[in-house]
Write a protein of this length. Structure first.
Length: 406
């Protein structure tokens, strides 16, 4: 999986670096961001896992411990049954969401000049329909030749179809071919999440321990990271508008849910920071809702498409480009090329280089998510009202979103 570093090729509604550096190429910006964020995808897990149980060394105890009477314990004395409110909430969330979480095991095949190498990988998925549609990360299925899904009860399903993928959002969809009625997860609203809010992560930790439950908080929102499935970074790609959490996310958790305390999925776990603890990232669930609706209705992946390259406006970006706003999407490309794709819905609406998109319908860019995340809530063919600034004056345009096929 690679990211397109060439700015003259316009991907649908792609975001550039939010920290511009004068006279620096896009590839250099990506490299700087990779070194700064040091994020890596967590779904690909190959090879054996060795878990060592260490014995702590220290000062020997010379005296003999005297036996004491063993007290009799009643159920009232059992501390494990003295449940706090927080424990009760986490346990309730795990019980509610657990049946909707599956482990994904893939057989992989990689070709090179040395020949073909076979291997395996593991990740996590979220059941999103009663008839067996599963949402996961695109990179979980990278180089896969065969996919097996294991549900929370340990049932294994080999008859699994890869419906399609959205590399731009790092999302993919599977269909379990079975007569069983599955339990779909409830989806929440990622645009209203709060920093400090408690969350739960569930996944196939280390590719061995299915439905592992961890808890933490939302550490931040709107994060941009450049992530890779390999140590050399050759297959790196930039993901934007991510949720940051300190809930422990391990290798094999990619594609698993980040859940609020109401048991609703608000994110899809996708990356962790290298050489750091408690720094994980999730794709906001709202950015997948448009493509998910199309999959459930038509059985295929198709992404809503506006057709712009843009820079998310921050105070630093605003100062650098001398803009009069601190939030929005700045339609612009540094260097050669046009930020508007020829023939795209954006081009047909009359959008121009230098316009600042501030709202999609009633959703403000920045507070409700990035431009690409908000567009991701819609389906091809949907009409939106786009509010933008041109030369400081507010204008609107009604746009019918196009389709960016799988």
């Amino acid at each position: 999986m690679t990211t397109n570093q060439t700015k003259t090729q316009i991907e649908p509604d792609s975001e550039q670096s939010s920290t511009p550096v004068p006279q620096q190429t896009a590839a250099q910006q990506s490299t700087r961001r990779f070194k700064r964020t040091a994020a890596t995808f967590i779904g690909i897990f190959g090879g054996a896992v060795l878990i060592c149980f260490g014995i702590a060394g220290g000062m020997l105890i010379s005296h003999t411990l005297q036996p004491t009477a063993t007290p009799s314990l009643t159920s009232a004395d059992d501390g494990n049954k003295a449940v706090t409110a927080e424990e009760s909430s986490i346990a309730a969330v795990a019980e509610k969401v657990g049946p909707s979480v599956v482990s994904i095991v893939t057989e992989t095949e990689t070709r090179s000049y040395l020949g073909t190498t076979s291997g395996g990988a593991a990740g996590t998925g979220i059941i999103v329909s009663k008839d067996g549609y599963v949402m996961t990360n695109n990179h979980v299925l990278q180089d896969s030749t065969n996919v097996t899904v294991v549900d929370s009860e340990g049932n294994s399903y080999d008859n699994v179809e890869v419906i399609g993928r959205d590399p731009l959002n790092d999302v993919a969809f599977l269909k379990i071919k079975s007569d069983k009625e599955f339990t779909p997860a409830a989806l929440g609203n990622s645009s209203t999440i709060r920093t400090g809010q408690q969350v739960v992560a569930i996944g196939n930790a280390l590719g061995q321990f299915s439905n592992t439950v961890t808890s933490g908080i939302i550490s931040g929102t709107g994060r941009t990271v450049t992530a890779s499935t390999s140590s050399n970074g050759n297959d790196a790609e930039t993901l934007t508008d991510l949720i940051q959490t300190d809930a422990s996310i391990n290798e094999g958790n990619s594609g698993g849910p980040l859940v609020n305390m109401a048991g609703q999925v608000i994110g899809i776990n996708t990356a962790i920071a290298q050489d750091a603890n408690g720094v994980g990232f999730s794709i906001p669930i709202n950015s997948t809702k448009g493509i998910l609706a199309g999959v459930l209705q038509n059985g295929k992946v198709s992404r809503a498409y506006l057709g712009v390259n843009y820079i998310t406006i921050t105070p630093e970006v605003s100062r650098h480009y001398k803009l009069n706003v601190t939030r929005g999407a700045y339609v612009h490309v540094d260097g050669n090329g046009s930020p508007i794709a020829s023939g795209s819905p954006a081009a047909q609406s009359g959008l121009q280089d230098g316009d600042i998109i501030t709202k999609i319908n009633d959703q403000a860019i920045g507070s409700a998510g990035s431009l690409s995340s908000i567009i991701g809530q819609y389906r091809p063919g949907d009409k939106i009202t786009l509010t933008y600034l041109r030369d400081g004056k507010e204008q609107t345009a009604t746009i019918t979103l196009g389709s960016y096929a799988n």
